[in-house]
Design a protein around this ligand. Structure first.
Ligand code: HPA
Length: 278
């Protein structure tokens, strides 16, 4: 719990300083690469990779398929900061640790962040490999990174969440994906704590509440970024139909395999999106 908000700026300063010792790059965009999607960072020019564990106030990622590194470099001349993998609540970390990476991006001057994730589809007409632009979210983790004292220098006590995902940037991402012939969807992402996959009853609940996808990440990052006034875009790779929607059982290796099979298209889409923000 974030009972020590006055220390947050100091902590962000420490992490930024540790990154700046390795690279002078001033990123303009931030990108969080979820399960199986991390390879985008390998295509950055002049990249510098710093494992999370080497950065103050970050924790090493413990999830298979998540490299757990900050990678800074340029894409077609645009300086970007990527998180190759992320930290999840279910790994046992505090909310503040979970969002420290994206807060660091904001502290480095990034004004727009693309959050990607793997998610289960709640609509039976969707298929593994579909890509969903996040139009909104349901935070079903019952946690928030804003718990405790607020530091008004970082952001307001009661941040507005009306347009959690920037509409114009989301429209642009959707159009780019369609132009590339990708199976684009849009919808609401329900973020749950995990790490067990949902029960069919929980998936029905999420659907009744208005979700099109379920996952175990992203929502706390969005809250922290909106708190700092950063514009957010969300992209889910629908790696499977959620429990009880499709036939069969869920398995992390299948989630990874589907995300990896979409790798080339995702790299192309993310690249095109970066160029569209020029
Ligand atoms: N549920 C939760 N998280 C996920 C899923 C799912 O079905 N697929 C990929 N991440």
């Amino acid at each position: 719990m974030n009972h020590e908000a006055p220390r947050l700026l100091e902590q962000l300063h420490n992490t930024c300083t540790a990154i700046r010792l390795k690279t002078a790059l001033a990123p303009r965009l931030g990108i969080v690469l979820g399960s199986g999607l991390g390879s985008f960072a390998d295509s950055l020019a002049g990249r510098v990779s710093i494992p999370f564990g080497e950065l103050p106030h970050m924790a090493p990622s413990r999830v298979v398929g998540h490299a757990g590194a900050f990678v800074l470099g340029t894409w077609q001349g645009v300086p970007v900061a990527c998180m190759q993998g992320r930290i999840h609540l279910y790994e046992g970390h505090d909310e503040t640790v979970v969002v420290h990476g994206v807060r660091t991006m904001a502290a480095m001057g990034v004004k727009t962040v693309l959050l990607t994730n793997a998610a289960g589809g709640v609509d039976a007409s969707w298929a593994p490999g579909d890509l969903m632009v996040m139009r909104d979210h349901l935070n079903l983790t019952a946690r928030t990174p804003l718990m405790g004292l607020n530091d008004d220098r970082v952001g307001p006590r009661f941040p507005d969440m009306t347009e959690a995902y920037a509409r114009d940037l989301s429209d642009a991402l959707l159009a780019l994906g369609r132009a590339q012939g990708l199976p684009m969807r849009e919808g609401v992402y329900a973020g749950l704590l995990g790490p067990s996959y949902e029960t069919p009853a929980e998936v029905r609940m999420a659907r009744i509440l208005g979700a099109q996808a379920v996952g175990m990440s992203t929502v706390l990052e969005t809250i922290a970024l909106r708190h700092m006034g950063v514009r957010v875009v969300g992209l889910s790779c629908i790696t499977n139909l959620a429990a009880g929607i499709g036939a069969g059982l869920l398995d992390h290796s299948e989630v990874e395999a589907v995300a990896k099979a979409r790798r080339a298209e995702l790299v192309q889409l993310v690249g095109a999106w970066i160029e569209s923000t020029k």
